[in-house]
Design a protein. Structure first.
Length: 130
């Protein structure tokens, strides 16, 4: 992870390219670095390689779903402390319960939060972790 004084890096794992483009612009405007993955396998590879400061994770994605990624992260010593926020359209009870058991920062439904509100939550979380 980046040391103090360097740009914080957010990894957004979502299969919606328009959403990724939007978040890239907004996070960059806040002075945060942004990495993206459009499927779960690529997202897990970036988590392992880059060790981002924060992960925003969709649940339903091609190749590897978000809950599986969370289980892998929480089972690995080098990844288990990376904060994860779920951002999904799949607000079924079992998804929320499974994610919350895996130590997430928050579980948000895409239609219930605007992009600037999401960026504020992530920025506030990172500011409080100093």
């Amino acid at each position: 992870m980046p040391e103090n004084g360097t740009k914080k890096v957010i990894l957004v794992i979502d299969d919606d390219p328009m959403l990724l483009t939007l978040y890239q612009r907004i996070f960059n405007n806040k002075g945060l670095g942004v990495l993206f993955a459009e499927d779960g396998q690529e997202g897990l590879r970036l988590i392992q390689q880059e060790k981002p400061d924060f992960v925003i994770l969709d649940i339903k994605m091609p190749k590897l779903d978000g809950i599986s990624i969370l289980k892998i992260m929480r089972g690995r010593e080098d990844l288990k402390k990376i904060p994860v926020m779920i951002l999904t359209n799949y607000d079924r009870g079992e998804n929320r319960e499974a994610a919350e058991k895996l130590d997430i920062v928050d579980f948000l439904v895409k239609t219930n939060i605007d992009p600037s509100g999401l960026v504020k939550r992530v920025s506030d979380y990172l500011s409080n972790k100093k």
